[in-house]
Design a protein around this ligand. Structure first.
Ligand SMILES: Cc1cc2nc3c(=O)[nH]c(=O)nc-3n(C[C@H](O)[C@H](O)[C@H](O)COP(=O)(O)OP(=O)(O)OC[C@H]3O[C@@H](n4cnc5c(N)ncnc54)[C@H](O)[C@@H]3O)c2cc1C
Length: 391
């Protein structure tokens, strides 16, 4: 529920104050130049916020997903864009829950201290698309190493990371009825510093320019050699670890969309309360009021589902349904708010110095990635409601 504890309010306030140092002009400039907001990420890192989920024994804040989600929400609510740093939060689960002691000791304290960045998650491939178990990037055992070869159509922030999770196939996809189609995929935690220093030609990064500022890329793994010690958990079971992290990712992205939704409604209200046409404030017209109000109610409802999903996650309970529903509801709500805000601004909604068009482009992604809303509906239809599978 949205009744917040004092600690959560303090964290919200701390994030808000940090974000206040990065006003609209900052985000406008980084968006215009498609520049990674390094200064912003550094500020968050120094304040320890990006290590929110790392246990205190490793130097992190030892907080839960509820707290992490509030940080993400506040960034977007301030007019910023969490995409620059959200992966450090949602990828953490794979290392925390499935990494071995040596991996945790090697990496977590350094990530918590801001000396290492874990911002990249390399999964999606062109041919497989949403059907992740059909990926083809291969990791072949060679003595003490694995050699990774393949193409990823999307991997964000790899140039801004020292470590990357890479999902690759270590055995053929099982076929036939009753087989576990998720088997045969292995998750690697790749130390990119070693790759860049010793075998740079095995990692080719091709930048992809998108409709908003997102440091995303195509990646060609060209015989990249990684030690067997980079395997997370057990060989062949990587897809399970990835699914585990998906719930965290959906909850965090829902929070970002909710932050956007509040930003849009606030800006819409401010503009509607100040702009006068036909001798009165445009906000006095119900044709202007109602879309903003509708959107606000949708954002509030999604916000409650987000807290419920995060509560279940933090309690270690099953939360797949709630995490998916939160992501769906939040992305639809922020999109409704974005449209209402744009319409309220009339022609000025399209002018970059009002920031509405930028946030409009940014928030549109939540309906599509990291999982599109059709997939969420299929999940709820089959897993929650018990309807037959369509694929
Ligand atoms: C900006 C950005 C950054 C990204 N960063 C990363 C990253 O860092 N790492 C990473 O691994 N991936 C990343 N992705 C990829 C993202 O996770 C995928 O785009 C997403 O999973 C969807 O896959 P796809 O684009 O191949 O769509 P497709 O799977 O080709 O789907 C296309 C359309 O078909 C519909 N569709 C497909 N199958 C069905 C079905 N059975 N029922 C109903 N509808 C269906 C979908 O709803 C969708 O609308 C990023 C994407 C974007 C846009």
């Amino acid at each position: 529920m949205t009744t917040l504890s004092a600690d959560l309010e303090q964290l919200r306030e701390k994030t808000r104050l940090l974000c206040a140092g990065f006003p609209d002009e900052y985000w406008r400039e980084t968006d215009r130049n498609r520049r990674y907001p390094q200064e912003f990420v550094d500020t968050l890192t120094e304040a320890g916020l990006l290590s929110a989920l790392i246990p205190t024994e490793y130097g992190g804040l030892g907080l839960g997903l509820t707290e992490a989600s509030v940080i993400m929400e506040e960034i977007n609510k301030s007019g910023g864009h969490s995409a620059a740093c959200h992966a450090q939060m949602y990828t953490m689960g794979a290392l925390l829950r499935h990494g071995n002691d040596a991996q945790k000791k090697d990496y977590l304290p350094q990530i918590a201290a801001g000396r290492l960045r874990l911002q990249a998650f390399s999964i999606t491939e062109d041919k497989a698309g949403s059907d992740t178990t059909s990926i083809e990037t291969a990791a072949v055992r060679d003595g003490e190493d694995f050699i990774i070869t393949g193409h990823k159509s999307w991997t964000s922030r790899i140039d801004e990371s020292d470590l990357a999770f890479v999902l690759a196939r270590t055995s053929e996809k099982p076929v036939g009825k009753g087989t576990d189609k998720t088997h045969g995929l292995t998750l690697f935690l790749v130390d990119l510093r070693q790759v860049r220093a010793e075998q740079p030609d095995t990692l080719k990064v091709v930048k992809v320019r998108t409709m908003f500022n997102y440091a995303t890329n195509q990646i060609f793994y060209q015989g990249m050699r990684v030690p067997a010690s980079a395997v997370i958990g057990e060989v062949g079971k990587g897809f399970r670890y990835v699914i585990d992290g998906w719930n965290a990712e959906r909850i965090l992205l829902a929070s970002e969309a909710i932050g956007d939704g509040y930003w849009f409604t606030q800006r819409g209200v401010e503009y509607a309360n100040s702009r006068e046409v036909f001798g009165r404030k445009i906000g006095a017209n119900q044709g202007v009021q109602f879309p903003i109000t509708d959107a606000y109610m949708k954002v509030r409802a999604a916000d409650m589902m987000r807290y419920e999903a995060a509560r279940l996650f933090d309690a270690g309970e099953a939360c797949g349904a709630e995490a998916n529903m939160a992501k769906h509801l939040a992305s639809e709500a922020s999109w409704a708010a974005a449209n209402a805000c744009l319409d309220t601004h009339g022609g000025y909604g399209f002018v970059d110095e009002y920031d509405v068009e930028r946030k409009f482009r940014e928030t549109r992604m939540f309906q599509v990635a990291p999982v599109n809303n059709n997939m969420v509906k299929s999940f709820v239809a089959t897993k929650v409601l018990g309807l037959p599978r369509s694929y």
